[in-house]
Design a protein around this ligand. Structure first.
Ligand SMILES: CC(C)(COP(=O)(O)OP(=O)(O)OC[C@H]1O[C@@H](n2cnc3c(N)ncnc32)[C@H](O)[C@@H]1OP(=O)(O)O)[C@@H](O)C(=O)NCCC(=O)NCCS
Length: 189
């Protein structure tokens, strides 16, 4: 009987094969999400928004409780803005894996942007910024882009202001102070 305990330790090459390095940025492509992506997007949201839930002491925030069925309904409704639950969902895909996502919804002439997430292992490589630009390009008829984040999420606020968004107001929602930011279309990102 083989003795597993006496097997030689794996060499550096087999370790590298088991844990491949993150792919270069140019292997990540941005596309419109498909129905079959819903499960991965919901899981990615669940992973990514844990830090926000910790920050606000609230694990019932909407991105953590959205179900695959709810997201599939949004994907099926599409992004023409005619239905309240319609949105365009964009994903960054690395092979089979969805590694980042965002969505945008037309509300009159305003595009409401939300649920921006990047997998923790691929952060600070400009993926969220690329998705922000792409979701804006997808809503070429929008006169304005709006989004919100929690007032304590200073890293998010820095990302958005760097992208040309400016604070337009604040409100308390469920005991959490939210900041609303906007950017007129056509202004520099
Ligand atoms: C916010 C988020 C999408 C940024 O993704 P990203 O692909 O790393 O973003 P980019 O590389 O384009 O830009 C990096 C910037 O994002 C911001 N950022 C916010 N949270 C961050 C985090 N946890 N790690 C790294 N950057 C973060 C910072 O401003 C950072 O710039 P910096 O290097 O000057 O600090 C990602 O951190 C995330 O998924 N966070 C959890 C979910 C969330 O809070 N989404 C936004 C809801 S309003």
């Amino acid at each position: 009987m083989p003795d597993a305990g006496s097997r030689p330790a794996p060499g550096p090459s087999s370790v590298a094969a088991a844990f491949p390095a993150p792919p270069p940025q140019d292997e990540i492509i941005l596309t419109t999400a498909r129905d079959g992506d819903a499960d991965q997007i919901v899981k990615l949201q669940y992973l990514c928004y844990q830090s926000e839930a910790e920050l606000y002491g609230d694990h019932s925030i909407a991105p953590l409780t959205e179900t695959v069925a709810e997201l599939r309904a949004i994907l099926a409704a599409g992004g023409d803005g005619r239905r309240g639950d319609a949105a365009t969902v964009l994903v960054a895909r690395c092979g089979w894996e969805v590694v980042a996502a965002v969505r945008g919804r037309l509300d009159g002439d305003t595009c409401r942007v939300g649920r921006l997430v990047t997998h923790p292992r691929l952060r600070r490589r400009g993926l969220a910024s690329r998705l922000l630009t792409e979701i804006e390009l997808h809503h070429a008829t929008a006169a304005r882009f709006e989004l919100f984040t929690g007032a304590r999420s200073v890293d998010n606020i820095r990302l958005y202001t760097r992208h040309g968004y400016q604070e337009t107001g604040r409100a308390i929602d469920g005991g959490i102070e939210m900041i609303f930011l906007g950017r007129p279309a056509g202004t520099p990102a």
